[in-house]
Design a protein around this ligand. Structure first.
Ligand code: AMP
Ligand code: ZN
Length: 466
């Protein structure tokens, strides 16, 4: 039974989708103004593991993951370079997907961009104006929080001291709002100013929160199953999304809210503004593998903070190498025919342990422990020649199952088929006839690296797999 900690109820709840066998899920994506750092990727890898685990449990998943391409930083950077928003964000969007793919994340079904969904945002704002939950002030449109009594239900922040009379004290520069808590849905933009879009309530550009309400409801409907993102988005972003969406539709917006904790460095949150971050590219340049980075970022359960250290990353590098070597070892082991019931039992037990851990609010640490236990047990079985042919198949299948969720073993090395080997041997013979010994040695080494041993006999070249 799959259970998640739902921020909305502050309880671990059994997961029940709205529609049997299907999950509709929205995860807040990156603001594409720069390279994403590995803190951002911790959150996105959490989202990827969540997605993959839902699929593992047999659900058909529709996963929407947006790109925020309207934001003050983007607008300012584009203006400074005298280029359009699209020209400024295009390379960062490309780098983002390159890093995303390299880190082994599955592409979500829908990856909408804010700039392509202005009409949907205008529509929600118009509904909110109509039902009294939004108002105009100095040309901008604000959300009227006093008209949504449930405001605060996600973050559980008590706002009672912040309203009306207190507003000048906490937010003096925003005097045009009725209430300090009110937030902008649509910001006034001058006639010749860019970027700006025409709306029935005047030319302007959207606030950040309305982007996600519009893109989630467009692709998933007014009520869907899961909304997730980093811990910092709980307030105000997700609280405001709820106010906008539920304020417009009168329906529950998302059933489950799942928030992942931060990646820290020297016990301080990793962030662009603090300058204490590494991008994926920084670490790759230093020689770390994407698999190790992924392993490190998912090794701690998502609701616990993770402190980044290079020792930790080096440890992850050694671990993924050990896992990969284990798979190769099992693959290449010379085993006798048959099956060993005791081994089959061990494999079944660790698979069950893995699933129980993931069912338990995605406890990846315990799930990884099950994998390491299996590796240890199978290594002993191999050493004792207890692992038989059918067991080998079962171990390799178990690894495939683990990896469909965690993606830490990586691709299997492509096996050379006999015809390729014979073609290379022929090329080597040809090189030798031409006294090109450098090339012939190169071919021998290349084959050796793939476990193919050559033996020069008087009857020609014989070969065998190691
Ligand atoms: P942004 O690109 O700033 O919109 O952030 C994208 C995502 O990264 C959001 O879900 C944030 O919550 C998340 N995020 C930002 N910093 C960190 C961090 N240090 N650790 C984990 N997630 C983070
Ligand atoms: Zn969002």
């Amino acid at each position: 039974m799959l259970r998640f900690f739902n921020t909305l109820s502050r309880q671990v709840e059994e997961f029940q989708p709205i529609e049997d066998g299907k999950v509709k899920m929205y995860i807040c994506g990156p603001t594409v103004w720069n390279f994403a750092h590995i803190g951002n990727f911790r959150t996105f890898i959490f989202g990827d593991v969540l997605r993959r685990y839902l699929k593992f449990k047999g659900y058909e998943v529709t996963h929407v993951f947006n790109l925020t391409d309207i934001d003050d930083r983007i607008i300012n950077e584009a203006k400074a370079r005298n280029i359009s928003i699209d020209e400024f964000t295009a390379p960062f969007i490309q780098y983002f997907w390159e890093d995303f793919d390299a880190l082994g994340m599955e592409r979500p079904e829908v990856t909408p961009r804010a700039t392509h969904h202005i009409a949907e945002m205008i529509d929600i704002i118009a509904r909110l104006i109509e039902n009294g939950k939004a108002y105009e002030s100095d040309g901008s449109i604000y959300y009227r929080i006093s008209a949504f009594p449930e405001y605060g239900k996600l973050s559980k922040i008590n706002f009672s001291g912040n309203i009306h009379g207190a507003s000048e004290r906490i937010d003096t520069d925003k005097y045009e709002k009725e209430d300090a808590r009110d937030f902008a849905l649509w910001k006034l933009v001058g006639e010749d100013e860019e970027p700006g879009w025409d709306a029935p309530f005047g030319r302007g550009r959207p606030g950040w929160h309305i982007e996600c309400s519009a893109m989630s409801m467009k692709y998933l409907g007014e009520t869907f199953d899961i909304h997730a993102g980093g811990q910092d988005l709980q307030f105000p972003h997700h609280e405001n999304e709820i106010a906008q969406s539920e304020g417009a539709t009168g329906k529950l917006f998302s059933h489950y809210w799942i928030h992942s904790e931060f990646l820290k460095i020297d016990d301080v949150t990793m962030s662009k503004s603090k300058g204490n971050f590494f991008t994926f590219r920084d670490l790759k340049e230093q020689g770390y593998s994407p698999l190790a980075i992924r392993y490190l970022l998912l090794s701690v359960p998502y609701r616990k903070q993770l402190n980044f250290t290079f020792e930790g990353l080096q440890g992850a590098e050694a671990t993924v190498e050990r896992l990969r070597n284990f798979r190769t070892l099992v693959h290449d082991a010379k085993v006798r025919d048959g099956s060993n019931p005791a081994i089959a039992e061990q494999i079944k037990a660790q698979l069950a342990e893995f699933e129980a851990a993931m069912d338990d609010d995605m406890n990846t640490a315990v799930a990884l422990a099950a994998i390491h236990n299996l590796v240890r047990e199978m290594n002993s079985a191999l050493a004792a020649e207890q692992l038989l042919c059918d067991d080998r198949v079962a171990v390799l299948e178990a690894i495939k199952k683990f990896d469909a969720v965690l993606g830490i073993f990586g691709e299997e090395a492509a096996e050379l088929i006999d015809a390729d080997i014979e073609a290379l041997i022929e090329e080597r013979q040809e090189a030798r006839r031409n006294r090109n010994f450098a090339r012939s040695d190169e071919i021998r080494d290349e084959l050796a690296a793939k476990g193919i041993i050559l033996e020069d006999t008087k009857d020609g070249v014989r070969w065998k797999r190691k």
